[in-house]
Design a protein around this ligand. Sequence first.
Ligand SMILES: *[C@@H]1O[C@H](CO)[C@@H](O)[C@H](O)[C@H]1NC(C)=O
Ligand SMILES: *[C@@H]1O[C@H](CO)[C@@H](O)[C@H](O)[C@H]1NC(C)=O
Ligand SMILES: *[C@@H]1O[C@H](CO)[C@@H](O)[C@H](O)[C@H]1NC(C)=O
Ligand SMILES: *[C@@H]1O[C@H](CO)[C@@H](O)[C@H](O)[C@H]1NC(C)=O
Length: 269
Amino acid sequence: MISIKLYFLVGFILHAHGEHILIPDVPYGSHPEQIMDIYLPSSENSVVSKVVVLVHGGAWFSGEKADMLEFVPFLERDFPDYCIANMDYQLGTHESPGFPKQVDDLDLALTYLRGTFTNNVTFALFGTSAGAHLSMLYSYSRNVTDVKIIVSHVGPPDLTDPSYVGNPLYNGLFYNLVGPCLYAECPDLYNATSPLVYVNERSAKTIGFYGDFDLQVPSTQMPLLREKLGSFGVTNKFKVYQGGHGWNWSDADKEDLRVEITQFFNENW
Ligand SMILES: *[C@@H]1O[C@H](CO)[C@@H](O)[C@H](O)[C@H]1NC(C)=O
Ligand SMILES: *[C@@H]1O[C@H](CO)[C@@H](O)[C@H](O)[C@H]1NC(C)=O
Ligand SMILES: *[C@@H]1O[C@H](CO)[C@@H](O)[C@H](O)[C@H]1NC(C)=O
Ligand SMILES: *[C@@H]1O[C@H](CO)[C@@H](O)[C@H](O)[C@H]1NC(C)=O
């Protein structure tokens, strides 16, 4: 495993994990929340060229990398030669909101991973909910050229959508991202944190999964993203399943999601 410098990190406990070896809680920054679990291919012959980064949800103020564990086994099975990194990031509060520190954490995590391999790697960012929002925001707004694929699992792309800002039920939902300020008072902040406004012809290919009865992500959101990606000629695919914010989808739909992701990676990355 000459391609991987991480093996010199002798302080970590290595666990065999299917086709991969798990190195838990690797720090990518100095804050205790800036850690990630890294799953390295266990084959001696593997030269890692692709890294899937998992980014958990939790409305920018909660959640942890363990929330993404349900997605690790199929990625390990279908992509034995890819590295998987499952990251935590600094949680947001009203006083210390997620923007921009969480976007910067994604950048720091990828910078760390880039430096981990002796050869150049490319990335897929696979986020759920707020994690999908952050993945899109980071990659679209900064034109991160080595991010090739985005997987948006119920990620909101447009925080200025009238479905959000016109509905008092959503007041406060974004305070842990932008600070305690309503859209009416801080429209620029809501615009600046909307991945949709940054989509351009260089944006990463995107696959998205949404629920038809999602109280956190209005049904207006996905079509806006699909149309904007399409208008710039960016490869995209979206699926809508029956159910809410990811949590009560059928087993058949969850399996379909895994099959679609594997196919999208194989065809586009
Ligand atoms: C890796 O990428 C850098 C920056 O794009 C480039 O200069 C370098 O030649 C690449 N290295 C390899 C081994 O392809
Ligand atoms: C990203 O690329 C688009 C299209 O080329 C460009 O308009 C935009 O300014 C770029 N943004 C950054 C941060 O480089
Ligand atoms: C929203 O932000 C984008 C990107 O910075 C900018 O191009 C656009 O003009 C902004 N829109 C509004 C309504 O402020
Ligand atoms: C998912 O939960 C929502 C909210 O309770 C409910 O209205 C909907 O019928 C559920 N959908 C499925 C497919 O179970």
